[in-house]
Design a protein around this ligand. Structure first.
Ligand code: SF4
Ligand code: SF4
Ligand code: SF4
Length: 277
């Protein structure tokens, strides 16, 4: 019978196919599930796994990656993972990776933050929307965007794509019972999976002309089309190719309306660059 701990490893989004978790021995799967259950599920990528918490949990078990890399989890999460990885020596655990935020005296984790858009400055470019792993941002093109603070995890992933730097982070204080934290993490995990499935559907929809703009979108695109191991470099190439295609389309449209020698040369250059990618 399937252990309840491993239920979290069933029916995973296609993004996680490359982890090949189902091919691992049962004891390794059980460890991955237990470690994943400890992780905050903000999917922030600060552990150097841009695809989120489950790939990091898998890397700890499969590749012996250090178990102290979860920045928002802080020392409590590092200690909890140490208990799973090596219960015999869990009294001397590694020091958790440092955070830019001070340690909260109650939770002993880095202080939590939430993102807030300065709405007067937002230009409605929509670039922050695909960056959010839990779909906490709403808005449409050329209109002001806003963030549902209750859904925001403070992962900070929307900050970098904003071209006008109008997203601020504010610290919050709150006390959570263990059961409340577990329920919240489970909810975030499921929200992320829903997000991944929705993006997968969008990418498969040939009438969807939106360019691929995030690392996760690029990886999903590749996972859906070829089911092979996707490297960071391949994902970056997919994004670069999508951007080039969109520039080429724009230039072709302009040249159809009015010939322009300089733009024609630029177009040829972009086509060569795309062919090389
Ligand atoms: S919450 Fe921790 S484990 Fe999850 S992606 Fe962020 S750093 Fe990695
Ligand atoms: S709104 Fe920004 S900080 Fe909040 S969860 Fe989404 S991407 Fe992360
Ligand atoms: S990326 Fe910045 S400017 Fe663009 S919609 Fe989001 S908050 Fe507004």
């Amino acid at each position: 019978m399937q252990s309840s701990r491993n239920i979290r490893l069933i029916n995973l989004p296609i993004l996680f196919d490359t982890l090949r978790i189902e091919t691992l021995p049962a004891d390794m799967q059980a460890k991955i599930a237990r470690i994943d259950a400890c992780l905050p599920q903000t999917q922030c990528g600060l552990c150097e796994h841009p695809d989120g918490c489950l790939p990091y949990a898998t890397a700890i078990v499969v590749d012996n990656e250090p178990y102290n890399k979860c920045v928002p989890g802080g020392q409590p999460v590092t200690d909890a993972i140490a208990q799973i990885v090596n219960p015999a020596s869990a009294t001397t655990t590694l020091r958790a990776a440092p955070s830019q935020w001070p340690i909260d005296a109650t939770s002993m984790r880095p202080t939590e933050v939430r993102a807030v858009i300065r709405e007067d400055d937002c230009i409605g470019c929509t670039k922050c929307i695909p960056a959010c792993p839990v779909d906490a941002i709403v808005g449409t093109g050329k209109h002001m965007h806003t963030i549902f603070t209750d859904l925001c995890t403070g992962c900070e992933l929307c900050i970098a794509p904003c071209p006008v730097d109008c997203i601020d982070l504010v610290t919050i204080e709150r006390e959570l019972y263990i059961s409340e934290r577990e329920a919240e993490q489970e909810d975030l995990r499921l929200r992320y999976h829903t997000h991944l499935r929705r993006v997968t559907e969008q990418l498969a929809d040939s009438s969807n002309s939106k360019p691929v703009v995030s690392m996760v979108e690029a990886k999903l695109n590749n996972a859906a089309s070829q089911s092979i191991d996707i490297s960071e470099a391949q994902a970056k190439n997919t994004i670069a190719a999508a951007k080039l295609r969109s520039k080429i389309k724009k230039l072709e449209k302009q040249l159809n309306v009015r010939p322009n020698e300089r733009k024609k040369i630029e177009l040829e250059g972009l086509k060569t660059e795309l062919a090389q990618l």
